[in-house]
Design a protein around this ligand. Sequence first.
Ligand code: NDP
Length: 273
Amino acid sequence: MSDRYVVIGNPVAHSKSPLIHAAFAKQTGEDVQYDRLLAPVDGFDSAVFELIQSGAKGANVTVPFKQDAWRLASRLSERAKLAEAVNTLSFAGGEIVGDNTDGVGLTRDITANLGVPLAGRRILLLGAGGAARGVLLPLLSYHPAMLVVANRTADKAMQLARQFAAYGEVAASGYAELGEQAFDVVINATSASLSDALPPVPASAFAAGSLAYDMMYGKGLTPFLQFAQAHGAARLADGLGMLVEQAAESFRIWRGVEPRTAALLSLLREQLA
Ligand code: NDP
């Protein structure tokens, strides 16, 4: 019988994870079945317990359950502990092991797929919600020259900077206080693009030759990417690569093999067009 995994969310019908993991399984020859699981918003824990009972080996976790999964896990990786969110659960030996692969998904997409180095670069991270928190440790692991978190509610950026100070230098800022500073990599981890809004990032934030990265993905350019293009960013990217790379890291955790991602990413990109 195939080893079973699911993506748990609410809603979950839109999730591309089953398609991505089916492609990884086919490519690597792993005997894996991967389904969607819609859990009631107040029913995450029981959904997980039922899954474990049914013999499932693991789960990806998406909106709105990433923090529930973090609370429920009996063991956490360092990156999940700090992210305060879990997107990958593994069930083995009576344990519920939680990890967070979103951050590595982002940094691999930037460094490996887009070929943009992060070491020694000036990075601006917009937003201080779950997505921003999840990528801070992986970003710091590249030893950027500067990492600034800017948020509409500046206090939340300051809290994050304090919390991650032990892992590297993180500066916090409101948008207005960014002044004329320029950055090599500007990452939009706000949810502004979901409502077609533009975070109030100054035009001067985009250094010549910079990369602008929006974690949201979809057809066409988000308002953030349009703004970046108009104000000097040389490279533009959305979060589709991050999505595929976080899935690849989950697959590696579960199966011990690293799937190739390039062909699948091109296929998904074509489907979005
Ligand atoms: P949260 O709700 O936790 O945080 C939202 C953040 O966006 C806050 O910092 C909020 O600021 C800020 N914000 C919202 N609207 C605006 C606005 N109009 N202008 C400026 N700032 C704004 O969301 P998440 O962190 O969970 O998600 C953020 C984004 O990341 C989403 O678009 C999500 O789709 C994407 N994502 C993509 C992934 C991928 O694989 N590609 C994986 C995970 C997330 P304030 O604190 O002031 O309210």
